[in-house]
Design a protein. Structure first.
Length: 331
């Protein structure tokens, strides 16, 4: 395996990358890009719109110009096509909620050394209970899934399946896209009560209330209601330890009809556990926020499925922009 050689400049660039991250977070938190919209505004006009200090916002606007997220001409600032589509709330491609979710995790990441020393989380659940955190998380998950789901679902054949269980499905984005692609399919989203309102609104927005329902429950503490012929487990393993994952699989298998399909979607490490980079870093994120969560390798996931009696286990080829992968099998 090739080993990258590092120089001081490269290491210092990584070390200082949080400067750019915090600049982006501030712009999104202030809703600067939405405020500019399709206009060309001076720093004074932006300051008035946002009710912020002119000197401070001028520095921020210049930094965004240097980052090629704004265009500066004759002391006026305008959005670029990218900032218009991705950072303005007026755009359906807006990703600001996920950026704010990242912002809310900055404090815990600054304490990574403490988490490594103690092996215990430093991000408290209390922060997750706030309305602001919940909105950023759910909307961030929704927006990311809206981009990923059409690509991913094209790789999965559910033409002979009729009732999908979307376990821990949050806003129900994947259930929606599975049903849109498979007109004969109905689905049930099973998740905590705190996500129910948002999921029902999402399902209604796509006109699928007659085919997708929501069951409130905790899949670690309660049995899964209903009987299904396919189960979709997306991004729930990484929040739990190995024993909890095995428990989730057993409960899911018990809710599937004979011949039912179980599909796991998550950030999957290689069998050496040292790559790809994003799942490896995401494992550290789970160290910061959970007691036992981590990213799992393909081998680990397959072994857990096999231990529950799942057969024909296979990795479904899928090139993901965030290194997520799909593993499926039959019960």
């Amino acid at each position: 395996m090739d080993t990258q050689e590092w120089n001081p400049g490269q290491l210092l660039e990584i070390s200082g990358n949080y400067w750019k991250s915090c600049t982006l977070h501030a712009g999104v938190k202030l809703d600067l890009f939405t405020a500019i919209g399709g206009n060309q505004l001076t720093s004074e006009e932006v300051a008035q719109k946002l009710n912020v200090d002119k000197r401070g916002v001028t520095m921020l606007l210049n930094a965004f110009s240097a980052m090629n997220l704004l265009v500066k001409k004759d002391d006026k600032y305008s959005n670029t096509p990218s900032s218009t589509s991705l950072l303005s709330k007026d755009s359906p491609q807006y990703i600001g909620y996920m950026i704010m979710h990242h912002h809310q995790m900055v404090e815990s990441w600054s304490k990574l050394d403490r988490a490594v020393k103690t092996g215990t989380p430093v991000r408290t659940r209390a922060s997750h209970s706030s309305e602001e955190w919940r909105e950023s998380f759910l909307m961030g998950m929704f927006n990311m899934a809206m981009v990923l789901a059409p690509l991913l679902i094209a790789k999965i054949d559910l033409s002979n399946r009729f009732h999908l269980l979307d376990l821990g499905g949050g806003p129900g984005t994947y259930a929606v896209h599975f049903c849109l692609k498979n007109p004969h399919l109905k689905a049930t989203v099973f998740d905590l009560p705190t996500t129910g309102s948002f999921a029902r609104k999402t399902i209604e927005k796509f006109g699928l209330s007659d085919r997708i329902d929501f069951i409130e429950g905790n899949y670690l503490k309660e049995d899964i209601e209903g009987t299904y012929d396919v189960a979709w487990l997306s991004h729930i393993f990484h929040g739990e330890g190995p024993e909890e994952c095995k428990k989730i699989i057993l409960k899911t298998v018990s809710a599937l009809e004979p011949g039912g399909m179980i599909i796991v979607h998550d950030f999957i490490l290689n069998n050496r556990m040292d790559g790809p980079l994003f799942p490896a870093l995401f494992s550290l994120n789970m160290l910061l926020g959970t007691a036992r969560g981590q990213a799992y390798s393909e081998e680990q996931i397959k072994d857990m499925l096999a231990g529950a009696g799942v057969k024909g286990i296979r990795r479904i080829p899928f090139q993901s922009p965030n290194d997520s992968g799909i593993i499926a099998g039959i019960v």
